[in-house]
Design a protein around this ligand. Sequence first.
Ligand code: THU
Length: 141
Amino acid sequence: MGNEQIKELIQLAIGQLQAAYTPYSGFKVGAALLTTGGKIYTGCNIENAAYTPTNCAERTAFFKAVSEGERSFEAICVVGGQDGVLTGYAAPCGVCRQVMMEFCNPKQFQIILATSTEQYEIFTLEELLPRGFGPENLRFE
Ligand code: THU
């Protein structure tokens, strides 16, 4: 993943902040998910009056991609902040890390946390979810 690709993902994730549906928390999150084939799927958080049905931006992006037949992913950029103002990194919640674990190699999948195209840090899924439980644990041989 080159510099230009990283910046494109950050820009697309930031672009999703305006789509975030957050009448309850006001905390807006945007994501941009890169497949190994080079396609990008975006996502935003979608809240709900009953609270628990709320879907995070990362899962929106994953579920859009998987529902289109994608199964192989390289990286995701996540941005977020109160009222869409990016004052710090918005790291994926535990549930979203687990969804990533289902489809991604934890040693290879890259998670880009950003506040702008100039300010970002990249982590592997393994760094954010050490010793995660995934499909490999259910393979019996
Ligand atoms: N949120 C995300 O979209 N992604 C995360 O990984 C953390 C939390 C959303 C859910 C909710 O709409 C708002 O942020 C506050 O928790």
